[in-house]
Design a protein. Structure first.
Length: 122
């Protein structure tokens, strides 16, 4: 990355919070699966895991390791596994979702090839 402070990861993340919260893991921008599901208009965001991620896991992993974690919420019961998707994985999920909002979230309705927030050049 160049020395231009306007393109630092922190600046990108701060500027894009209203669009889609981006988390940097291992120096790569990623989005939480349920945040993407909400933007796609899914009624039950956690179902993105069983309805879209699990059945398409092999294809998603072809684009990068599928980053997962099991955060402890402090509540009783088994904690859920959450996924952090890179840009290619998030674009695939948008296509697999077939929701009315998928084109807008993916940027394809604006003639773009990528989700707002992943590239410092957006």
């Amino acid at each position: 990355m160049s020395g231009d402070p306007s393109k630092s990861p922190e600046t990108v993340i701060t500027n894009l919070q209203p669009l889609l919260p981006i988390v940097v893991q291992n120096e790569e921008p990623r989005v939480l699966d349920t945040d993407l599901a909400k933007r796609l208009g899914m009624n039950i965001p956690r179902r993105i895991r069983s309805d879209l991620i699990a059945p398409n896991q092999r294809e998603l992993e072809a684009h990068c390791i599928l980053e997962a974690s099991t955060p402890n919420s402090g509540k009783a019961g088994r904690p859920a596994k959450v996924f952090y998707l890179n840009e290619q994985q998030a674009l695939l999920i948008c296509m697999f979702s077939r929701t009315e909002k998928a084109a807008a979230v993916s940027g394809l309705d604006r003639g773009k090839e990528g989700i707002d927030g992943y590239s410092a050049g957006d």
